[in-house]
Design a protein around this ligand. Sequence first.
Ligand code: MG
Length: 215
Amino acid sequence: MAVDFDGVVHSYTRGWADGSMYDPPVPGALDALRDLMTRYAVVIHTARDAGQVAEWLDGHGFECVLDDGRPFWSVQGQLLVTSRKLPSVAYVDDRAVLFRGDWAEALAIIETGEPAPTSAQLTAVYRERTHLLAHLAALYPSRLRDGGDPERPGWAVLDVELPTGQASWHIAPRDLDLLTHVPAGPGQWDGHSTAEKYERLEALTTTIANGGASG
Ligand SMILES: [Mg+2]
């Protein structure tokens, strides 16, 4: 287990400053390290001089070993302090960007500074979206058909025939309980893109908002 030092163990509230380690530990950090050390070989991974960091950790009651160029660290109960990246099951770092195999996502996280949503958050957002789609499907002729996507087994497609054209959404199997009022049918996607879908929806919204007929 690799643990970054500044911002993770040492509070680092003023950044590099004069290069000294001026701050107390991050609350909970020392207990967390002791806990991790009972289960993992823990490496403190720092861009600082490893000796300086080892001295600080030593002052807080940790037995440290300075990196001597070994290829990996497998000792529990002592901390290896290194400025090299060693193999690890995980890297705990306050500047990390979680890479999940999707460069577009990683670039968006870097750009916005926002963490990627967790799968639990995505599930909740899909659920809220389906509540709104269920309402839309009650207003306009709609049907559910098999999504036919081998990568998303069980997902359905909801086609809503808006007065401004068809609009289709993928629906997770766990959300189908919100769409029991929508008949199943073979259906036919008219080839609209996501951009076209939202243009159609927006055109209808504008018409209704301006007092025009909704259908
Ligand atoms: Mg850091």
